[in-house]
Design a protein around this ligand. Structure first.
Ligand code: MN
Ligand code: MN
Length: 242
C-alpha cells in the first residue's frame, strides 16, 4: 500500500519561472533516463527478486524515485507557472503552450513515455546491472540539466537528485557484490564454452590497442582472427583454442 505525504523530499523554490528550462526537465519526468522509468523499473524488479534484502532495497529505492518524480514535476510546475508581466511566456516552450503548464509524460522532444525504456528480467544479477546503467543515465542527464539550470534554487534540487543517483549506484553495486557478481561476468546455469576468454582483434587498420580488457592471462588475444574463424577450430574436440 502507499501513502502520500504532501511535501517534497527537500524544499523546492523557483523565484523566476523559465519554461524553456522546464522543457529540458521533461527528460527526467517522462524521458528514458527519467524518474518514472527508474521508479517502475525497480518496483517491478522487486516482485521477482528472490533475495528478501535486495527486494527491500529495490522497493525502497523505487519509492525514493517516485519522490524524485514528484520533485521534478514540482520543478516543472514552478518553471511553467503563469508570469503576469510576460506576454506569451510559453512561446519558446511549445510543449507547454500546446499541452498546458506543468509536467506531462513526455520527454523534452514531446516523445511519449514508454515501458520500452524499462530494463528488467527474471534474474537479480541482470536486473541490478540494468539498474547501475539506469542510474548512470540519470546522473548524466542531471549533470547536463545542472549546467543549464537558470537559478540557484533549481541547481540545489538538481544537485541533490544527481547525488542520490550516485548513492543508488553504490547500493546496487554493493548488492551485486553481496552475490559475488560485481566483478564476475558469468551468472545463470549455463557454463560458457571455450571461447569465453578470447579477444577477437577485428580492427583492420592501425596498431592494436592493448589493455586489461584483452590481456593475458585473463584473455587470449587473437591478433588475426580470420585464420582461426576459417579453420572452424575455435572450439575443437580437445577443447583447446586453436
Ligand atoms: Mn532519481
Ligand atoms: Mn536513482
Amino acid at each position: 500500500m502507499f501513502f502520500h505525504r504532501k511535501e517534497p523530499m527537500i524544499p523546492i523554490e523557483v523565484r523566476k519561472p523559465n519554461p524553456v528550462f522546464a522543457q529540458f526537465l521533461l527528460q527526467q519526468f517522462g524521458g528514458a533516463t527519467g524518474e518514472l522509468t527508474a521508479a517502475l523499473q525497480y518496483w517491478v524488479q522487486a516482485f521477482h527478486c528472490p533475495k528478501p534484502g535486495i527486494r527491500e532495497l529495490l522497493q525502497d529505492v523505487a519509492l525514493e524515485e517516485f519522490g524524485h518524480l514528484e520533485m521534478v514535476g514540482k520543478l516543472i510546475e514552478e518553471h511553467t507557472r503563469e508570469q503576469k508581466e510576460v506576454v506569451s511566456d510559453l512561446e519558446m516552450a511549445p510543449i507547454f503552450a500546446i499541452r498546458g503548464r506543468g509536467p506531462h509524460l513526455v520527454d523534452e522532444g514531446g516523445v511519449a513515455w514508454t515501458a520500452a525504456y524499462i530494463n528488467e528480467g527474471g534474474d537479480v544479477v541482470r536486473d541490478l546491472r540494468a539498474d547501475i546503467a539506469a542510474e548512470a543515465g540519470a546522473r548524466e542527464t542531471y549533470e547536463i540539466l545542472l549546467d543549464r539550470a537558470p537559478d540557484a534554487g533549481t541547481k540545489k534540487v538538481l544537485h541533490y537528485l544527481l547525488t542520490r543517483e550516485i548513492a543508488h549506484t553504490n547500493m546496487f553495486m554493493r548488492a551485486l557484490e553481496s552475490l559475488g557478481k560485481l566483478t564476475e561476468p558469468v551468472f545463470g546455469n549455463v557454463k560458457p564454452d571455450e571461447s569465453v576468454n578470447i579477444y577477437y582483434h577485428l580492427s583492420a587498420n592501425g596498431a592494436p590497442k592493448r589493455g586489461p580488457w584483452n590481456q593475458e592471462p585473463e584473455f587470449k588475444y587473437v591478433a588475426d582472427p580470420v585464420k582461426l574463424l576459417e579453420s572452424h577450430e575455435l572450439v575443437g574436440a580437445s577443447g583447446k583454442v586453436a
